[in-house]
Design a protein around this ligand. Sequence first.
Ligand code: ZN
Length: 310
Amino acid sequence: MKLEGMHHITMITGDARKNVEFYANVLGLRMVKKTVNFDAPEAYHLYFGDERGSAGSILTWFEFAGARSGRAGAGMIHTIQLGVGTEAALDFWADRLAGNGYDTQRGEGTLAFEDYDGLRFELVVANDGNPPLRAWHPEVPAEHAILGVEGARAYRGRGLDADRELLTETLGFTDLGDGEYRLDGAERHFHWGYDEPPAERGIPGAGNVHHIAWHSSDADHTAWQRRVAEAGMQVTPVIDRDYFLSIYFRQPQGVLFEIATTSPGFAIDEDPGHLGEELRLPAQHEHLRPQLERLLTPLTNPRAGQRVEA
Ligand code: ZN
């Protein structure tokens, strides 16, 4: 039994409009679902990714409107790495981000920036085998498009050996030494690494990463729940998130892990040509639609009505 890689990463934002503006209009991801936090339906849950909303491409945000900026500390993810094809793509993104008012820092094969909430990203030249997961955007040439999530880095919450056994023996990551790990699925891999925590404590708020979800085949999901429980983790029951099934557990470094299934995916309740255009509510919250449509900031998916050039 093997994990298939990373499924999605979920963050907190203080501003859903800026969220759509930055991730769909500037970074050129596709908003593939506009729904609410199933556990707190007065808050948006927005999903962005490639054209089809493939596992491995998905970044999602809960909106807590007006939330102040937080800060990553011990036991929290502090950087998300997004793949691009070439060094020329890094030049393209340095120009495009500067043109939209965002500072960037160029490193060797990397371009770092923070979003409007202060969430840190690195674009990295992804040339070690992940199949490209692109979205179409009229201003982003396909050869420069973001190609999926390559990795994530967290500040460790305890000693480096605190979760080594969980990651390697239970979840099947490869230990590369010094707190660096690699997860190899059948098609995709993912880089997971730890850094020394800063002296200052983390502050909960906008720009924080809430959790990271690993990708399980549908068939293996309940076996993962058993295996994680047998490793001593406090794991939740299987929860139906409409677009996938999930289990959650907080791992020893302090990071909230989820394991999510492939199916049914984002086309379960919308035409694949019109993902993320309508507010979708889970059946248990459909009766709240009139209140929620008044309460939630109206958001337009920039892809609505656009013709995709193949
Ligand atoms: Zn999740």
